[in-house]
Design a binder for this molecule. Sequence first.
Ligand code: ZN
Length: 128
Amino acid sequence: MHEASLAQGLLDLVLNSLEEYNRNHPDQRGGKIKEIVCGAGLFAGFEDFTLRSCFELFAEGTVCEGADLKIDLVPLDCVCRRCGEKFRLSKRPFRCSNCGGDDMDFKGGAGLTLLAINVDSEDERNHD
Ligand SMILES: [Zn+2]
């Protein structure tokens, strides 16, 4: 399942980022993940609900368990091959905003990008 590998990849990314953060900030280690913000390309092609379900499943027992998953659509940067117009697309139809042509160059648009992680610090949790 496509969503399963996306969810697993995202989880790995978040856990690695937290590990790196903790290595660089030994005095203010991050504890549990509160919120994960990621960007989805226009061609990422996943089912939102399925992705969330997979993520919840994989996140069980990790610091990501119960984290809020926010998925923002990332507009696609396009250049029209006919008139040279530069524009950004965030939905279909894929047409040039200037001449209406559908022959264009674009970059990216696939997969998920991790944008931000909000962490509960261990200090706050263990406050006494
Ligand atoms: Zn055009």
